[in-house]
Design a protein around this ligand. Structure first.
Ligand code: DCS
Length: 275
């Protein structure tokens, strides 16, 4: 079943209008929410970010958090989702094609579930990555449907048999195409500040909290591609990748090409949260 507007319907019953602004302009916002043991993980944080993103582009969510939580719970239950993702998006709705906001349009919400396992092999062995220029716009803190910059970066990674593209803007490492990124330098975590140039990842924030509990120093600061190459450890974080070690960046091994000790500590602590 699919949550379409405010009803659970079969996918075949849904017809997206050719002038839905999400379809024509990417004029909408989205969230990917992880489900473990039939329970959405950090649902409130995801919905709060959805609201922030919608407000940033002046879309009014079609209904409130409590109703949305009830609907998402029904969606997860109806689809018997034990472990996987809920994809949720809200577009500005349907209107004759004009760049400026239509005088009147009704936001359209769609949510659906995907059954999938945790990325165990990537978590255990680590992943290869490539670097590429961050060509995205300057409001990456808005989780918008405008994902072409991320799509092109991810495609470059896949073409080079890598898992993720690490984005570099004017010499500064920002984040992955669909992940946040941390390095470990002399026992300290470094990650890009949560400003308009990165998505304020929920997993990123969880890792920062875990690090504080484990008394691992964290510095939200700029760092260069050279620092990335020389890092003792590196990992990426996201709802779908959890805390995933990076063992290679371009042609450079990170650490000794193995997941690092601090990364493993953070992984183990994160695993306790989802068990
Ligand atoms: C550009 C970007 N940065 C960071 C993150 C990590 O944020 P969370 O920790 O809140 O997930 C994402 C998540 N991207 C989602 C996660 O999976 N697929 C996506 O599109 C992202 O798209």
């Amino acid at each position: 079943m699919i949550l379409y507007r405010d009803q659970l319907v079969e996918r075949t019953e849904i017809h997206i209008d050719i002038e839905d602004r999400g379809y024509q302009f990417g004029d909408g916002v989205y969230e990917v929410i992880r489900v473990y043991h039939q329970q959405p993980f950090y649902l409130d944080a995801h919905l709060e970010r959805l609201k922030r993103s919608a407000e940033a582009i002046e879309i009014n969510l079609p209904y409130g958090f409590n109703q949305l939580k009830v609907k998402l719970a029904e969606l997860v239950a109806q689809n018997q989702l034990v472990q996987g993702n809920v994809y949720l998006q809200v577009t500005r709705g349907v209107a004759s094609r004009t760049h400026h906001f239509p005088v009147k349009s009704e936001p359209i919400l769609v949510a659906y579930t995907q059954q999938n396992d945790r990325p165990i092999q990537a978590l255990n062995k680590g992943v290869h990555t490539v670097t590429t220029e961050d060509i995205r716009w300057l409001r990456c803190d808005i989780k918008s449907l405008n994902l072409l910059g991320a799509v092109l970066a991810k495609q470059k990674a896949v073409q080079q048999h890598a898992h993720e593209a690490i984005l570099v803007r004017e010499g500064v490492v920002t984040e992955g195409s669909s992940t946040n990124l941390f390095i470990v330098e002399n026992g300290q975590l470094l990650t890009h500040p949560a400003n308009h140039l990165i998505l304020h990842g929920i997993t990123r924030q969880i890792v920062i909290s875990i690090a504080e509990d484990l008394q691992i120093p964290v510095k939200e600061t700029h760092f260069s591609k050279e620092q990335l190459y020389q890092a003792d450890e590196c990992f990426i974080t996201s709802t779908t990748m959890e805390v995933c070690p990076v063992i290679q960046v371009d042609d450079r091994e990170i650490g000794r090409g193995q997941p690092g000790k601090i990364t493993r500590k953070l992984q183990n602590a994160f695993y306790q949260l989802i068990s």
